[in-house]
Ligand binder design. Structure first.
Ligand code: GA4
Length: 333
């Protein structure tokens, strides 16, 4: 495993240093310490040697590209009516006026809910079963990876119940979701044949993810940036074979603030090629209670967050803007 600079950055420059890279072929004890350090210092890490078959990733990428290459009139058929977060979306994010330079497909990830998306599968591809099988296979392997990481995390936090986090996402009623984002490439300027850097085009604005963990995979087109504890933006360069892991708000609450959800964004002015990313958002079931795990509150330490259901948290998220610090609504003081 390669872990450069485990402590938060002090430099004032924006540069791609310090991002923890976790090699999953290491022994569990080393892994658990490194994952905890990464989640405390950055709320983010990359994983390599994860064992997810490349064919499953490539197949998912292939069917996703097949959809986004379709004419706009075809893609719009996958837009939900009446409006819901699920289905196809273009530029608009959530329901409160947030926009970005992207188009996307958002699906529920749990197998029972995925079956209910047949209306979407029927319009995204001429071979709907091919598309839905690719999604199912991808979600299955990424969910397995997520559960494994969450168990190692619980071990690293010395929690007696090492399934305490993974149980949320293994629940048959888990509200996990799956998103594919497509950021079209930018037109090149004549002289340099490179996209103009003069306009800071936002692909997906600054935010934290509401869920427990997010597992992202993208092609090699840059754009993703994470914010450090000092509010500096670090670009994340990814290999298409790596996964990126983000701590979400729910995990911050469960660990009483020891692990911090990471703010991140995607810039859309980076390449003439289009960026394709796929995210699995690992979430609890709607009726599940989220609160700081008693073992995470050391003697003399204060409890930082109130108890709430995942349903209440989601409602709060959808009533606010993308970049709002929704977690603050649930602070104890
Ligand atoms: C951010 C993480 C996931 O993409 C998402 C997003 C959701 C949406 O696009 O529908 C939200 C956003 C995300 C957080 C605040 C609310 C909800 C848009 C928005 C303005 C699917 C999620 O769960 O929360």
């Amino acid at each position: 495993m390669v872990l450069s600079s485990p402590s938060p950055l002090r430099t004032k420059k924006t540069q791609a240093i310090g991002i923890p890279i976790i090699d999953l072929s290491l022994d569990t004890t080393t892994l658990s310490h490194r994952i905890i350090t990464a989640c405390q210092d950055y709320g983010f890490f990359k994983v390599v040697n994860h064992g997810v078959p490349i064919e499953i990733i490539s197949k998912m990428e292939e069917v996703a590209n097949g959809f986004f290459f379709k004419p706009a009139s075809e893609k719009l058929k996958a837009k939900s009516n009446p409006p819901s977060p699920f289905g196809y979306g273009c530029r608009s994010i959530g329901f409160n006026g947030d926009v970005g330079e992207l188009e996307y497909l958002l699906l529920q990830a749990n197998p029972d809910q995925l079956l209910l998306h047949s209306d979407i599968f029927n319009v995204v591809s001429d071979q709907p079963t091919d598309f839905s099988c690719a999604v199912e296979d991808y979600i299955h392997v990424v969910k397995g990876l997520t559960s494994g990481l969450l168990e190692i995390l619980a071990l690293g936090l010395s929690l007696t119940d090492t399934n305490i986090f993974s149980r949320f996402i293994e629940d048959v009623d888990s509200d996990s979701c799956f998103r594919i984002n497509h950021y079209p490439g930018v037109k090149t300027t004549h002289e340099s044949n490179k996209p103009s850097q003069s306009h800071q085009r936002i692909g997906f604005g600054e935010h934290s993810d509401p869920q427990i963990f997010t597992i992202l995979r993208s092609n090699d087109v840059p754009g993703l940036q994470i914010s450090t504890v000092d509010g500096l933006w670090i670009p994340v360069n990814v290999e298409p074979t790596d996964f990126c892991v983000f701590v979400g708000d729910a995990l911050e609450v469960l660990t009483n603030g020891r692990l911090k959800s990471v703010r991140h964004r995607v810039m859309a002015n980076m390449s003439s090629r289009s960026r394709l990313s796929m995210m699995y958002f690992a979430a609890p079931a709607m009726n599940e209670w989220i609160f700081p795990i008693p073992q995470m509150i050391s003697p003399g330490e204060q409890r930082l967050y109130k108890s709430f259901t995942w349903n209440e948290y989601k409602k709060a998220a959808y009533s606010l803007r993308l970049g709002d610090q929704r977690i603050d609504l649930f602070k104890c003081h």
